[in-house]
Design a protein around this ligand. Sequence first.
Ligand code: ADP
Length: 162
Amino acid sequence: MANALVPGSFDPVTNGHMDIIRRASGLFDTVHVLVASNNAKNTLFTAEERVEMLRRLCADMNDVVVNSFEGLLVNYAQQNNITVIVKGLRFVSDFEYELQMALANHRLNSAVETVFLPTGVEYSDLSSSIVKEIARLGGAVEGLVPDIVQQRLVAKFAARTR
Ligand code: ADP
């Protein structure tokens, strides 16, 4: 088998992300969940907060490690003996971007392959941005994110409006 990485912003992690991580954990020897800490995106949660939430949520999966990373994914892959990048696909619009990323990564390191997993049907409309927007406007995010993430979202927006 092989070692894989599951990269993302995870701002915050949703049930859709957890579904992809859990399925990847069943397919590969070791799965590195990588929280992007260097992107230009204005994130709601710090990289440390995102890593901490993911570590708690992945604690029951012995083959999963969670780290934050900055720089090229293929460099992390090479340093950690990883040959597969796992990405979840929701919409056709995901595909265009993800295909471009997969080709770029393959060009940088041809030993690293990208594997796409189709979203779980119940999560196909779920994104971190939608979840944040619902929470920001005071809507219920129950069932969309794990319980601890729900609590953190409520606390975050309560602190902001105080
Ligand atoms: P988002 O697009 O929600 O901000 P990320 O940038 O953290 O999420 O996405 C990381 C990876 O997770 C991407 O490959 C994305 O397609 C995938 N992903 C995000 N949400 C889902 C979902 N609901 N189902 C399947 N894959 C998902």
